[in-house]
Design a binder for this molecule. Structure first.
Ligand SMILES: [Zn+2]
Ligand SMILES: [Zn+2]
Length: 274
């Protein structure tokens, strides 16, 4: 079983790919299954871009693709939901059990945008990282309507810093990360391995292998893998080599989802269909 569980079609404001292009490319690469996970960010703080999806239009388009390609590839109704502490009810109302797979992601913290740098203005680098992690902890403690936390250490990618250390290098940060992972595990949720993360230091997906190792040690089992592709050349990128590293860390399976329920697949079978 070979799958890519994080990809963006033109329903996301930052992607130009249409669903057919994604699917045709995925079939060519030898993927058995994909989850299209477009952005829905309620109360996003950067007014210059809108990450809101008309759900009916989106689901209708996905169903059309599922039908058209049903003999060639399994397509799941996914979404990448931007979570913030003050929008839990709105997130729940929006999702309404209509999706197979929900990635909960942090693109915002403390009502400030991470990407455009607003969040970093008041803080030193490590202060910002710690505040971000505290926000993630507050969310995973109380919010449950998701399957995996997206790109858990994405804060490393933002802010205008030359050095982007692994969050595990800082004792306080590593302690908060452990508490975040414990909450996730206790609630039968998971994390994703996001292979776009190699852009940060060349050696790690998001989250870093050190965090993934800790997740494994704490008993974490639910793990999805995705490219976070916004263009066809990125689809399935570095999925195979990353799965090898995950195997070395001790993971023996990866997950897919149907109606928000995980299915587990042997990591040794994770390879393109011949
Ligand atoms: Zn994201
Ligand atoms: Zn994404």
């Amino acid at each position: 079983m070979f799958f890519d569980y994080h990809m963006h079609s033109h329903f996301s404001a930052d992607s130009q790919m249409n669903m057919e292009e994604i699917i045709e490319t995925a079939i060519k690469i030898g993927l058995d299954e994909i989850a299209i996970t477009d952005h829905h960010d309620i109360d996003y703080k950067d007014d210059s871009i809108e990450f809101i999806i008309d759900k009916n239009e989106y689901l209708t388009a996905l169903e059309k693709m599922q039908n058209k390609y049903k003999d060639k590839i399994e397509i799941k109704k996914g979404i990448e939901l931007g979570v913030q502490l003050h929008i839990f009810d709105q997130c729940n109302r929006y999702l309404a059990d209509d999706f197979d797979f929900v990635i909960a992601s942090f693109h915002t913290a403390e009502k400030k945008d991470l990407y455009n740098g607003d969040f970093f203005e008041e803080y030193s680098q490590w202060e910002a990282y710690l505040q971000y992690l505290k926000t993630v902890y507050a969310v995973v403690k109380d919010y449950e309507n998701y399957n995996v936390i997206g790109h858990l250490d994405i804060i490393r990618d933002y802010g205008n810093y030359d050095h982007k250390p692994d969050l595990m290098e800082n004792k306080e940060a590593s302690e908060i990360i452990a508490e975040i992972l414990k909450q996730i595990i206790k609630k039968d949720k998971g994390i994703e391995v996001n292979t776009s993360g190699y852009r940060i230091d060349g050696e790690n997906p998001m989250p870093s292998f050190r965090i993934l190792k800790l997740y494994k040690e704490l008993g974490g089992e639910i793990l999805t893998i995705g490219s976070d592709s916004h263009s066809t050349d990125r689809i399935a990128q570095r999925l195979s080599s990353t799965s090898q590293k995950l195997k070395e860390i001790g993971f023996d399976k990866l997950s897919t989802f149907t109606n928000m329920k995980p299915q587990f697949h042997k990591i040794e079978d994770f390879a393109p269909k011949k």
